[in-house]
Design a protein around this ligand. Structure first.
Ligand SMILES: [Zn+2]
Length: 252
């Protein structure tokens, strides 16, 4: 049976806390690993603890743009440096203007993002990037860093931005929304098969066929199935391709 990797989920979120033993058991049965991203100091510490519990958890540590104005940056940097060998990547990091009210706030997000990118470069770790409505800014910043695994998670850019990402060998991930959103399927069809990753971004809730349920690991095979249909490939071939991409992204 083929292993799958949920490339972006927040299992350290309180929403999942009481179910963690059950989730880990499910992951083992379904053969799914997960890159667990963090958003601040507290979730970074919790993600590292989850990583100690199970080798199916690949811990990603970082400061999310929503928390750029918190005072967590220095402590998270220290945590990353001290636990570098247990950390699979840096994330969730990025930019998002919806969380700031002025230019000063956005400048601060940029400062935090630069710090996270430079530590990823220094420690040779992949990054998981949040780029809601800020892809142009992010695509301008990224060439200043030498990072081999760059993921634009929940890719929702234009075809032109996708083309730039593909030319630079970045990875892009698609989630449960693709199962019901035709525009996402069109974007996927224009993505190089070698650059596709899949995610659930739980605990984000998904509408339509998912009935507003919290995104969970078990949604992942539907995303792979949808990608296989778009690419006219068998489920197994698509899953194998995505797993290869995942290894490439993680540098393992
Ligand atoms: Zn996320």
């Amino acid at each position: 049976m083929i292993w799958l990797t949920d490339i972006h989920i927040h299992l350290s979120d309180d929403e999942f806390s009481k179910d963690i033993p059950f989730i880990l058991e499910c992951m083992d049965k379904l053969r799914i690993r997960a890159c667990c991203v963090s958003v601040n100091l507290k979730s970074s510490e919790k993600t590292l603890e989850l990583g100690q519990k199970s080798n199916l958890i690949l811990p990603f540590v970082g400061v999310h743009p929503e928390n750029a104005s918190s005072n967590d940056l220095e402590s998270v940097v220290k945590l990353i440096e001290e636990n570098s060998k247990y950390i699979s990547g840096i994330g969730e990091i990025g930019l998002d203007k919806t969380y700031v009210s002025d230019l000063v706030g956005f400048k601060n997000q940029e400062l935090v993002f630069h710090k996270m990118l430079s530590i990823a470069e220094k420690l040779e770790k992949p990054v998981s990037i949040h780029s809601r409505a800020t892809l142009d800014e992010i695509l301008t910043i990224l060439p200043s860093y030498s990072i081999s695994g760059i993921l634009l998670h929940w890719f929702a850019g234009s075809k032109k931005q996708l083309k730039t990402a593909m030319e630079r060998n970045y990875f892009v991930s698609y989630g449960p929304a693709m199962v019901y959103a035709k525009d996402k399927q069109v974007l996927l069809s224009e993505t190089n098969a070698e650059r596709i990753l899949v995610e659930t971004d739980g605990p984000v809730k998904f509408s339509r066929c998912f009935g507003f349920k919290v995104g969970q690991i078990a949604f992942l095979p539907s995303v792979v199935f949808c990608a296989a249909k778009v690419f006219h490939m068998s489920y197994d071939d698509m899953a194998c391709q995505i797993e290869q991409n995942c290894k490439h992204y993680l540098g393992v």
